[in-house]
Design a protein around this ligand. Structure first.
Ligand SMILES: C[S@@+](CC[C@H](N)C(=O)[O-])C[C@H]1O[C@@H](n2cnc3c(N)ncnc32)[C@H](O)[C@@H]1O
Length: 321
């Protein structure tokens, strides 16, 4: 089966509805789908009212996406070095792709530069792909060694899922994490025959695993297939979905330290003068002028906060890189 068809078959086994229903997608938004593969998710995001640009480095997959979904724009680019001419976006979707990018945190900070203020991101990825029970202790320790080899050689991060919340938080996003059900990657009980076929096809594509195991490849995959077909099969593997919203000026300040900041503002000469002025004016003016005076004090506090170096620093950090 061609890779396009493999990806389309897998599409039916993912819990896309739960992931996308948690994203603040809105009519008219411009959304970037990074690692879009054959474009099925780009088309689903388009169906939610967004205009969508999908990007992938695989020529075969991008050609299939262009042919099948002309309502979306597709670009063939390396995700590690996106062209800034792509534009600015209200949302970023990236599913089952972050794990391919060894230095994901650095790459994500470059992606975030393509996002408008108040943009959202949704990153879905797998954690511990080969983590299933019951496997022998020997197979389990082979898996651990293979994970280390794949990370060292920068082919794939098998523990990407658990790292994504931290990556988003470090880039100034407020994060909600979901664990998604998945009929192929994270399920209990014996695999459906079609799911078994998909796993065999995945192993035949895993050149890194073949090279690592050499003559042990066949016994390893036999043991794995036995495991996922057994009635007491359990997945340790998880599909992690992280939805991040960008924290920007005026939209709430996350861990911003309001107490110490307001104390500093209150002590500043500008605010003291405003308060003195307000106090004097309230004494002299009618109660009808009180809202104007409150607005004057708030305005003075804003001016003061913008010119207080530490406060400005905190706001810049939350505005994203
Ligand atoms: C497992 S597929 C995921 C496809 C789709 N997002 C989904 O969730 O079904 C991973 C995709 O990432 C793409 N990809 C991985 N690394 C890439 C890179 N450095 N540049 C461009 N595309 C990349 C692959 O070509 C592939 O289409």
């Amino acid at each position: 089966m061609a890779l396009v068809d493999e990806y389309r078959r897998q599409y039916a086994w993912r819990d896309w509805d739960r992931a996308s229903s948690q994203c603040p997608i809105a009519l008219g938004q411009h959304v970037l789908d990074l690692g879009c593969g054959p474009g099925d998710i780009s088309a689903a995001l388009f169906g939610r009212g967004a205009s969508v640009t999908g990007v992938d480095g695989n020529h075969e997959l991008i050609s299939a996406a262009k042919e099948r979904y002309p309502q979306c724009a597709f670009e063939e680019q390396d995700l590690r070095d996106l062209n800034p001419s792509l534009g600015m976006f209200d949302g970023l979707w990236c599913s089952f792709t972050a794990a391919y990018i060894a230095d994901f945190e650095a790459v994500f900070s470059r992606w975030a530069a393509l996002l408008k203020s108040n943009a959202w991101v949704c990153i879905v990825d797998v954690d511990d792909l080969l983590g299933h029970e019951p496997l022998s202790d020997e197979t389990r320790s082979t898996i651990d060694e293979f994970y280390e080899d794949a990370l060292r050689e920068r082919r794939y991060d098998f523990k990407a899922g658990r790292k994504i919340p931290g990556v988003l938080e470090n880039a100034g996003f407020s994060v909600t994490t979901l664990v998604l059900e998945d009929r192929e990657l994270s399920f209990n009980g014996p695999a459906d025959p079609e799911v078994e076929q998909a796993w065999k096809a995945r192993f035949s594509r895993m050149g890194g695993l073949k090279a690592f195991l050499k003559e042990d490849f066949i016994p390893f995959t036999d043991d794995f297939m036995r495991c996922i077909s057994s009635s007491d099969h359990k997945s340790l593997c998880k599909v992690i979905c992280c939805i991040g919203t960008k924290i920007s000026k005026g939209s709430g300040y996350g861990s911003f330290d309001w107490d110490s900041t307001t104390q500093r503002i209150a002590k500043s000469p500008a605010v003291q003068n405003s308060l003195d002025f307000a106090g004097a004016a309230v004494g002299a003016a009618s109660p009808a002028r009180a809202p104007d005076l409150v607005a004057a004090v708030v305005h003075a506090a804003e001016i003061c906060s913008a010119s207080t170096p530490d406060v400005t620093g905190r706001e810049d950090r939350f505005a994203g890189p």
